[in-house]
Design a binder for this molecule. Structure first.
Ligand SMILES: Nc1ncnc2c1ncn2[C@@H]1O[C@H](COP(=O)(O)OP(=O)(O)OP(=O)(O)O)[C@@H](O)[C@H]1O
Ligand SMILES: [Mg+2]
Length: 270
């Protein structure tokens, strides 16, 4: 579904001390198979949003190549946009108009055959039918997040890009959203999501890439990643001869082994 090779982005930021460059993404490779929930796990500033925005054709990479659903990222941006739904980290929902109006409008923009029918279906699927006619400003955080996802799904793309879909949600809303994402996978939609929650990456993702300072520092299934470092971890913590190494290894141990820092210390996880 996604093949990414050497994706790179440097920003030039003008500040009070003159011009500064930020190497946000420094040669990222990703392979995402169809039907997977794929996670990009990393602390603040790791380059998650920049990577996702490049895949969504919203910013142009400085270097690297990518194909999504068989289309070339740089050469076929229109096909790429039809092949994916993108839900930004801020999760834009308009304050003044209703969820139904917003989702129907998105369906029209995408050229969906029956825009109001498609909007009805996706709103129902995300349990939004009852609040669909209220203005956006009256919706709760969890409802807004679901509307934002409905906006990204109304054209039934094979791939959904979710940038930190559960940040700021309470545990109940987070668990609810995990179930929705799993349902998407069951129905054949591939999902690439970013997160800084270790627990979310572990529980939800089939595979993940751990990113730090714009590079992938580890990649695999959660179990593989933990198994790879369980030897190191067992020697790091000489605190129990009969400890079963990878049962107790966490993704934070993986991050620590690869970066020398704890993801929890970055303030990323609760
Ligand atoms: N438009 C921009 N101009 C300048 N610097 C930028 C721009 N966008 C991102 N950056 C910088 O690039 C780096 C990566 O940012 P990015 O938003 O991709 O990280 P992130 O992993 O999504 O972080 P977070 O978890 O906080 O959302 C950061 O240092 C950020 O300040
Ligand atoms: Mg981000």
């Amino acid at each position: 579904m996604i093949h990414v090779k050497g994706l790179t982005k440097t920003f030039t930021a003008r500040g009070p001390k003159g011009t500064r460059t930020v190497d946000a993404v420094r040669g990222v490779d990703l392979e995402v198979e169809a039907g997977q929930i794929y996670g990009v796990l990393g602390p603040n500033g790791a380059g998650k949003t920049t990577t996702i925005r490049m895949l969504a054709t919203l910013i142009r990479p400085d270097a690297g190549t990518a194909t999504i659903a068989g289309h070339d990222l740089l050469g076929e941006p229109g096909e790429i946009r039809r092949a994916l739904g993108y839900v930004s980290q801020a999760g834009g929902v308009e304050e003044q108009s209703s969820a139904r109006a917003q989702v129907t409008f998105a369906a029209r923009l995408y050229g969906v055959a029956d825009p109001s029918g498609a909007a009805d279906r996706v709103l129902k699927r995300f349990d939004l039918a009852e609040i669909a006619d209220r203005p956006g400003r009256t919706l709760s955080g969890g409802q807004r997040r679901r509307v934002a996802i409905a906006l990204g799904l109304v054209h039934s793309p094979p791939l959904l890009l979710l940038d930190e879909p559960t940040t700021g949600l309470d545990p109940q809303n987070r668990a609810n959203l995990w179930d929705r994402v799993r349902e998407l996978r069951e129905q054949g939609t591939s999902v690439l999501l970013s997160t800084h929650y270790l627990e979310e990456a572990d529980a939800l993702c089939d595979r993940l890439a751990i990113v730090d300072h714009g590079v992938v520092v580890a990649e695999g299934t959660p179990a593989e990643l933990k198994r790879e470092v369980s030897g190191d971890v067992a020697t790091l913590r000489l605190d129990g001869p009969e400890r079963a190494p990878h049962d107790r290894t966490t993704l934070d141990d993986v991050f620590l082994a690869r970066t020398g820092r704890s993801l929890r210390d970055t303030g990323a996880d609760a």
